[in-house]
Design a binder for this molecule. Structure first.
Ligand SMILES: Cc1cc2nc3c(=O)[nH]c(=O)nc-3n(C[C@H](O)[C@H](O)[C@H](O)COP(=O)(O)OP(=O)(O)OC[C@H]3O[C@@H](n4cnc5c(N)ncnc54)[C@H](O)[C@@H]3O)c2cc1C
Length: 348
């Protein structure tokens, strides 16, 4: 198969080697297309090179197209990431960990029980959402002594998952080039900078970036569920690494710098999970999430540019959604077929 350098034999160019661009490239390669991926920063140079990796569902209530789509994606992830591992020979850190959230007070308890009943139908028996008092020692502090345990949540290690995807793409006959010309159909999976530039080009607000900072602490709690407390994700990746995050910053200057806002996240994590109190900080990371004004993903033809498709807007759940969005983007780019759910189009 081609290594993607020959312009005349390229069916698809993918701009961007984050989780969006690489899942799209892998899908197109699986369909037999000849693919080139271009990213001046290389794989995982944007938001996808992070440390948290929570694959968590929306609450099972107020059902929307996005929630239904995300459910399908989370269920499909159970086979998707192991396939990436098999194709690449590399670990993605994917694990069906489940998740624990502490319940504070009677109102939260009543809402959690109602969501448990809703989950039984909405999640089609594939996973559960239950109130429990039976938790591991590392569970976050709970005022009521009760937690929600869901079995749909999973986790992966973002930087390792992207490296594995890039290796799977290489094994399928393509590679990530720092610089090259476009040929064939073009998918723009260019993250927050792509959304910002698109807003300028189309002269209307499509989206932009929201910065996030996260840290890695040295601790080994074993294979515990993912923890969510005080709006923080705590994800135990194994090998003595526990990720905590994140901040949400709409206004920012340095996209990759960390500061006192991350120190505050670490302090909050230590207060909800006291076993982290003395754990040294071994990594600090910042990135910018691509956020469409709709807060939904965008998979759409580029207006007025035949053969060009936009795939962006993963925002806070890009790793959960990307494998499900990739076939939709490839359908649009290579076959001109539009199977994109309503609401995932370009903001009007
Ligand atoms: C702190 C933080 C924590 C997060 N936690 C989670 C989480 O727990 N779970 C989850 O699912 N998601 C999480 N996210 C969100 C997730 O990281 C993003 O939704 C996802 O990485 C977006 O992927 P992407 O491929 O669209 O963008 P990116 O990974 O940013 O990739 C875009 C790429 O395009 C390249 N590029 C830009 N312009 C061009 C061009 N002109 N030509 C070629 N290439 C170009 C860039 O170099 C970049 O590599 C988090 C994000 C942050 C910042």
């Amino acid at each position: 198969m081609t290594k993607g350098r020959d312009l005349a034999t390229t069916d698809l160019t993918v701009r961007g080697a984050g989780v969006f661009g690489l899942t799209i490239a892998w899908e197109a390669l699986a369909r037999g297309a000849r693919v080139r991926v271009i990213d001046p920063r290389g794989p995982g140079g944007g938001a996808s090179g992070g440390v948290v990796g929570a694959l968590a569902p929306h609450a099972p209530e107020g059902w929307t197209a996005l929630k239904a789509f995300q459910l399908d994606c989370l269920l499909a992830a159970r086979s998707y990431w192991p396939q990436v591992e098999a194709a690449s020979g590399r670990s993605t850190g994917y694990r069906r960990s489940g998740r624990l959230q502490p319940l504070a007070g009677d109102k939260a308890l009543a809402r959690a029980r109602a969501r448990g009943i809703a989950a039984a139908t909405l999640w089609r028996g594939e996973a559960t959402w239950e109130v429990t008092a039976d938790v591991p020692e590392a569970a976050p502090v709970s005022e009521t002594g009760l937690w929600v345990h869901d079995t749909l949540s999973a986790q992966l290690d973002p930087a390792r998952a992207v490296a594995a995807l890039a290796a799977a793409v290489a094994a399928a006959g393509s590679e990530v080039l720092r610089e090259a010309g476009e040929a064939g159909a073009v998918v723009h999976a260019t993250g927050w900078e792509g959304l910002r530039d698109l807003s300028a080009t189309l002269r209307r607000e499509i989206g932009g970036g929201e910065k996030g900072q996260a840290a890695v602490l040295a601790a080994e709690p074993g294979e515990i569920p993912q923890l969510y407390a005080d709006r923080l994700h705590i994800v135990a990746h194994g090998a003595g690494r526990v990720a905590v995050g994140s901040t949400s910053e709409r206004a920012f200057e340095g996209a990759e710098t960390t500061d006192g806002e991350l120190d505050a996240v670490i302090d909050r994590a230590r207060s909800v999970a006291p076993w982290l109190r003395d754990a040294p900080v071994i990594g600090r990371w910042a990135g910018v999430r691509p956020r469409a004004v709709t807060r939904q993903p965008v998979v759409a033809p580029w207006p007025g540019r035949p053969g060009h498709v936009i795939a962006n807007g993963g925002f806070k759940t890009g790793f959960a959604l990307a494998p499900g969005l990739a076939p939709l983007a490839v359908d649009l780019a290579l076959e001109g077929t539009d199977r994109v759910p309503e609401g995932f189009g370009l903001p009007l």
